[in-house]
Design a protein around this ligand. Structure first.
Ligand SMILES: Cc1ncc(COP(=O)(O)O)c(C=O)c1O
Length: 448
């Protein structure tokens, strides 16, 4: 019998998932279109691999097992699966058409909504993915400043300019690799060291899990202003989630350009580039940023409904409130058990469970907790990506599940060989990091 969230006593049956995976093996490189959704992020042999349906905060896999989802599509399901107000808007638009031969009024309506909600969103453009809009922002910054170098910190998508700084950069010309540099979050000196007279922009997620310290964002703003560098906030995760106006509003710091995607259309594919008119105006002509599906109307209808819902129902407050309960309960349960090696941290709308090396191999320990949570009906990748559909009952159930799973993990850690308690293959390291991987020193004469 498939697992349901309320009655799980056994690891889920995953035969159908495995059968689909076998069909993909020789057909789809890496098997997945999104690394974070792929098999490497879940305990192989225990976790399902394919989902078929979702409603609210719950999903059902291809074997019929039900889970409370804390990944939420890796971010986009800010309101929840099959959220009525958004689905209605999509269905109504579907009756009139999806993609048109001329512009659609929704392009204007959604831009107006964004301008009202987001500080400094004086002008707005659309595309389909997060990567589209971060890349457009970088191109705009280069055009505006007449400079070439990019400083970044974190993950910004698959295009050449960014992925050049990772260890998955095959196929990117050296000349492109030589233009992107990384700095360390919360380390203003690492940015000061890296900025030179050829620096076009600093692009970063205003916050990931570690909150800004010592006015880091304010200092970054001042540095960029004084050095003539364009400050780009990649608000893929923070936009419309930390606050309706995103991190700019939450932290009271203005960027020059901002990019959004996850959270803005409740699962429909939409990327948004917004920012100061003086820079955005370059997209009128000289900076070419046009694409066939940029004004696709189903996604814009979804965005209109989603943004209104987020604004009118104060969705960010609800995300923070539910996320805070989980964070505090996790940390309390870990403390009671004497598990000083694990904690749940982050902004409450999106928190992360971490294990330090004293627990043993952190990937094995994470995998063990994941394994025990799958058994209890929770789809868990290490973080709590809160949605407006996570109910009090979901949260209470999840806290109980942690209280059941954490003692299993603790016993395994105390044994000194937590990996032995795994019934499958542990998860792979997560690809994105906000640390100073591949930081390049300031090499240009103008540095500092
Ligand atoms: C902070 C951030 N920026 C950019 C991207 C790229 O977005 P996409 O995968 O839609 O291209 C992501 C995707 O996870 C992201 O988390």
């Amino acid at each position: 019998m498939p697992n349901t969230v309320s009655s799980n006593q056994a690891y889920p049956s995953i035969n159908e998932s495995e059968a689909w995976y076998a069909r993909a093996a020789d057909l789809i490189p890496a098997a997945t279109q999104t690394l974070a959704k792929g098999p490497g992020q879940y305990v192989r042999g225990i976790a399902p691999k394919y989902l078929r349906r979702g409603k609210g905060s719950h999903v059902w896999d291809v074997d019929g097992n039900e889970f409370i989802d804390y990944q939420m599509g890796i971010g986009p399901l800010s309101l929840g699966y099959c959220y009525d107000a958004v689905d209605r808007a999509i269905q109504e638009q579907l009756r009139d058409g999806i993609t048109f031969s001329m512009m659609h009024p929704l392009e204007v309506e959604v831009a107006e909504l964004i301008r009202e909600a987001v500080p400094r969103a004086e002008m707005v453009r659309y595309s389909k993915t997060g990567c589209d809009v971060t890349s457009a922002a970088v191109r705009l910054a280069r055009a505006y400043t007449g400079r070439n170098r990019v400083l970044c910190c974190g993950y910004h998508g698959w295009h050449d300019w960014y992925i050049a700084v990772t260890d998955r950069n095959a196929g990117i010309p050296q000349a492109v690799k030589d233009l992107t540099y990384t700095f360390s979050y919360n380390d203003i000196d690492s940015v000061i060291d890296a900025v030179d007279d050829d620096t076009a922009c600093v692009i970063l997620e205003p916050v990931v899990f570690e909150p800004p310290r010592d006015n880091f964002l304010q200092k970054l703003r001042e540095l960029c202003t004084s050095r003539g560098v364009v400050l780009i906030f990649d608000e893929m995760w923070t936009g419309f989630r930390l606050a309706t106006g995103g991190a700019q509003q939450y932290f009271g710091v203005d960027a020059d350009l901002m990019t959004y995607s996850k959270a803005i259309a409740n699962g429909m594919p939409l990327g948004v580039l917004a920012g100061r008119a003086e820079i955005m105006r370059l997209c009128d002509r000289d900076v070419f940023f046009f694409t066939t599906f940029g004004g696709e109307a189903l996604s814009l209808a979804a965005a209109k409904a989603t943004i209104r819902e987020i604004r009118d129902r104060n969705v960010p407050a609800a995300l923070h409130a539910q996320g805070r309960k989980l964070r505090e309960a996790y940390n309390a349960a870990a403390a009671e058990l004497g598990m000083g090696y694990t904690r749940c941290a982050g902004m409450d709308c999106r928190t992360l469970v971490t294990f330090d090396a004293s627990a043993g191999n952190p990937l094995e320990v994470k995998s063990l907790l994941q394994q025990e949570l799958f058994k209890r009906g929770i789809l868990w990748g290490g973080s709590h990506n809160m949605s407006f559909s996570h109910t009090d009952a979901d949260v209470a159930y999840t806290i109980e599940a942690y209280r059941g799973a954490l003692p299993v993990v603790h016993e395994a850690v105390k044994s000194g060989t937590p990996g032995r308690f795994l019934k499958g293959i542990p998860v792979d390291p997560v690809f994105r990091r906000t640390g100073n991987f591949n930081t390049k020193p300031a090499v240009h004469a103008g540095g500092r």
